[in-house]
Design a protein around this ligand. Structure first.
Ligand code: PAD
Ligand code: ZN
Length: 360
């Protein structure tokens, strides 16, 4: 089958190969035929080495498709079922799982980085975050495939698998904002636009879209932003619309030290700063001990929208069906697998929100 393979960080390009094969499905695993895959900034970060991935690697982790085959012990999925893939499938037994935090379970992800689920030209290759959706098929653990209704378009379902779950979940699961809250969202890509939609759903009174790209600031208004500003103007605007205090909730959806600081600065004393952006492990962001205590701000990490995907994918699709979550509007470009490098290059540029690879 065809797949987009990253051989090394230095290459900085994925190579489209037609000699890719899957390993499995073994017991408790599911083979998915990918029908649509979104292009997320985390894929770009994996291509540049900002997020870890064993090589050779197959990127792609925001995907939907059809079950092709199931391994021994999988009794509740069958060939032909439509599914969304989860890149953080819960194992059910680790400490975070036992504490009701399935979005922190790394068991299957670590396993996928230890035992390759692909072969490229007969040699072992690894899928990103337990997935590897930039290929025609991939194998995931049973809990990494969530069955959905067959009438949901695959491209809509794909977005739910990462960007939308992450952005909406950051607002409704991680921060649990109150109606009437004032909100700033720093970074208005697919994840940030989803956070803006989440804030609108949750009844925010003011939603400030913050982006260096003017086209993105304008687009954000369509999805619920009440104000839009360049990062340089954020602190002033935040104070202006809150009578001098700063916003109740600031969501950082870029993954850079300076945008984390900008979100911190935008939040009022006693407000909440939510870290959604997936930054590099070799960068640091500084806080003084004094501000960490005396500003009284809460700093909340939000991995995968603090989701329980078995519940939340369906919640998001129900909101989409009800016309309260605009997912079609977030798909700004459709591309082929052969165009994946250009799609990664285009992230953050122009009017790109989400590009979806159509596998037909
Ligand atoms: P994207 O590239 O589509 O959007 C990023 C946006 O940030 C673009 O609109 C940029 O113009 C804007 N931007 C860039 N630099 C700045 C800056 N200095 N100030 C303000 N805006 C800026 O990315 P995305 O929406 O796909 O992903 C956003 C982040 O979320 C990225 O770090 C990704 O890796 C992370 C992510 N986290 C999770 C999670 O579980 N926490 C899941 C998925 C993605
Ligand atoms: Zn993602």
């Amino acid at each position: 089958m065809r797949g987009a393979v990253l051989n090394s960080i230095e290459d900085a390009r994925l190579v489209i190969r037609d000699d890719v094969a899957v390993v499995g499905p073994g017991a408790d695993e599911v083979l998915i035929g990918i029908r649509a895959a979104g292009v997320c900034h985390s894929d770009l970060s994996a291509r540049t080495g900002g997020l870890p991935l064993p090589m050779p690697g197959i990127l792609g982790h925001e995907a939907s498709g059809e079950v092709v085959a199931v391994g021994d012990g999988v009794t509740d999925l069958a060939p032909g079922d439509h599914v969304i893939a989860s890149w953080l499938p819960p194992c059910g037994t680790c400490a975070p799982c036992r504490h009701g935090q399935p979005y922190l379970c790394f068991t299957h992800m670590v396993a996928s980085y230890a035992s390759p689920r692909f072969l490229v030209g007969g040699a072992p290759a690894y899928g990103m975050a337990g997935c590897g959706a930039f290929a025609e098929q991939m194998v995931v653990p049973r809990s990494g495939a969530v069955k959905i209704a067959a009438d949901v378009p695959f491209e809509i379902a794909a977005l739910v698998g990462c960007g939308v779950m992450t952005g909406v979940g950051a607002v409704i699961n991680t921060a649990r904002i109150e109606p009437g809250s004032t909100v700033a969202v720093v970074g208005c890509g697919g994840v940030g636009i989803s956070a803006i939609q989440g804030a609108r759903l949750a009844g925010a009174a003011a939603i400030v879209a913050v982006d260096i790209n003017e086209a993105k600031r304008e687009l954000a208004r369509r999805f619920g932003a009440t104000h839009a500003v360049h990062p340089d103007g954020l602190a002033a605007l935040g104070r202006e619309i809150t009578g001098g205090d700063g916003v109740d909730y600031a969501f950082e959806v870029v993954g850079l030290p300076q945008t984390i600081r900008a979100a911190w600065k935008a939040a009022r004393r006693g407000g909440t700063v939510v870290i959604v952006g997936a930054g590099r492990a070799d960068q640091t962001v500084e806080f003084t001990p004094s501000e960490l205590l005396f500003d009284g701000k809460r700093l909340l990490p939000s991995l995968y929208g603090s989701a329980d995907v078995r519940r939340d994918y369906h919640r998001l699709l129900d909101l989409w069906r009800a016309g309260r979550l605009d997912l079609a509007g977030m798909i700004t470009q459709r591309v082929t697998l052969e165009q994946v490098n250009e799609a990664l290059d285009a992230l953050g540029q122009g009017d790109v929100i989400r590009q979806v690879i159509d596998f037909g």
